[in-house]
Design a binder for this molecule. Structure first.
Ligand SMILES: Cc1ncc(COP(=O)(O)O)c(C=O)c1O
Length: 456
């Protein structure tokens, strides 16, 4: 199958062995093809193997295949961009999908009660959150739901309050509906980010109708405290700004942090002024399966959004999502521990071996938000970005030093990272590194980055 696309199974593992001259190449990577467990089979010892990756090359993956197309097959050793993971899915998901495929029928779907029940049970079991099943609205993904919500509340030209840096996709959604982001940058101290509550209140005007809250925050990894959430919620309630709480990353919380669902806050009026958006897609690596949901205790808000929204999901997405939420706890619990250790490893490695990059371990998500301003300075990326901007349509999002750095890191380290410039104010000299991969892949990427940066 993969051969049809010009790749074969071995090429992925060979990719893992591609390093720039002099880079540290982890022993074993690329040397021996690991044995990938059979799809859908539970491990005999109950330990899921996150060190062994399935072959994603030739599967039309954005994280790998698209980067080969953009930069050249031999120029990318590690794709660390778009936020999905390299791991094989939980076996319970594959089993459910295989069973459904045997039925060989793909007509229109009436979403079964069992799917809704799995959503309610997951949120209750894991987070103590009670969701009234009649308030759950399905959506093929979070984006269409956010777009419908913005259409419902934000007339064209009006403003969306954005505590930032924040997920680049929100900025596209805001553009799509013809609104404008009102950025309120986090305050930064010793590399740690916090909400600027006064700044938020100051930025609200009669044109501001919504706020997009991301918890945990993509890309900074903040897991917002109950006090932070309440404070934001109270400001929004007082100033009549509707809160869109995107909690798609909430299942990845690192040791020492606690996720507070916005809908669990102890102020009913604050909760009634919000809509929460979720999916199993980040947690279980189901991004292209297209299945998400949103809910609110405010029937008026839901009615307004539904006027702009088609609540359709795909059969395979529903089957995968339901299997994940029903039987995926053990897999996710083990992956959380693996991911937490990976992020500690990345933060320690960067602190010890890559002095030109600064990073603080995120409290949640599998994303690292790298401060590359010292590299920007050394390679003259500010001037290059200004030059590139002169050729660019001013109506488009501006070229920032981070956009120059994306190509630089590919050229010099064969590592593709997301430019921080797309994540709003404060991202122009940052890169987002997706660490949702095996330890060996991280070692390879970091080794390449360290080697490249030692040479400048
Ligand atoms: C915070 C956040 N919300 C939404 C999305 C996109 O979700 P979906 O694929 O369900 O549209 C992402 C993807 O990276 C994300 O990080």
């Amino acid at each position: 199958m993969a051969r049809d696309h010009g790749f074969d199974r071995r090429s992925f593992f060979r990719t893992a062995g591609l390093a720039v001259a002099g880079a540290v190449t982890p022993a074993g990577v690329g040397a021996v093809e690991p044995v990938v467990p059979a799809p859908g089979v539970e491990p005999a010892n109950g330990r899921y193997d996150f060190d062994t990756l399935p072959d994603r090359i030739g599967t039309d993956s954005t994280k790998w295949d698209q980067q080969f197309k953009r930069f050249g097959r031999d120029r990318v050793a590690v794709g660390m961009g778009i936020a999905d993971m390299d791991f094989a899915p939980a076996p319970c998901i594959t089993r459910a999908l295989l069973e459904r495929v045997q039925r060989d029928n793909w007509g229109y779907l009436t979403v079964p009660e069992s799917h809704v029940e799995s959503i309610v049970a997951w949120n209750r079991r894991r987070y103590g959150l009670t969701i009234d099943p009649s308030t759950i609205v399905h959506s093929p993904a979070v984006h269409p739901a956010i777009i419908a919500t913005l259409r419902a509340f934000n007339p064209p030209g009006s403003k969306v309050l954005m505590p930032c840096p924040s997920y680049s996709g929100f900025y596209s959604d805001i553009r799509i509906v013809g609104c404008k982001p009102a950025d309120v940058p986090f305050t930064v101290k010793d590399g740690r980010f916090s909400m600027d509550l006064e700044g938020l209140e100051r930025a609200i005007s009669h044109e501001t109708h919504t706020l997009i809250l991301c918890n945990p925050q993509n890309p900074t990894g903040n897991v917002w405290s109950k006090a932070d959430l309440l404070a934001v919620g109270e400001i929004c309630l007082k100033r009549r700004v509707v809160v869109l709480a995107d909690e798609i990353h909430c299942d990845f919380i690192n040791a020492g942090s606690t996720y507070t669902p916005f809908a669990s806050l102890p102020n009913e009026a604050v909760v009634r002024n919000s809509i929460t958006f979720k999916s199993a897609s980040k947690s279980f690596n189901l991004a292209a399966a297209k299945c998400a949901y949103f809910f609110s205790t405010n029937p008026n808000y839901l009615a307004r959004i539904k006027a702009w929204h088609r609540d359709e999901i795909t059969t395979l997405g529903m089957v995968a999502h339901r299997a994940a939420y029903t039987d995926g706890d053990a897999w996710l619990d083990q992956l959380r521990v693996y991911n937490d250790a990976n992020l500690t490893f990345v933060a320690d490695y960067i602190a010890k071996h890559i002095p030109l990059i600064k990073m603080v371990k995120p409290e949640g998500t599998y994303l690292a938000w790298l401060d590359v301003s010292a590299v920007v300075e050394k390679v003259g990326a500010r001037a290059k970005a200004e030059e590139a901007q002169k050729q660019r349509d001013p109506a488009l999002a501006p070229t920032t030093p981070s956009h120059v750095m994306e190509s630089w890191f590919v050229e010099h380290a064969k590592v593709q990272l997301n430019p921080g410039g797309g994540f709003g104010t404060g991202g122009g000299e940052r890169m987002r590194m997706n660490c949702g991969t095996s330890r060996k892949m991280l070692e390879l990427a970091l080794g390449n980055l360290a080697t490249a940066l030692r040479q400048i």
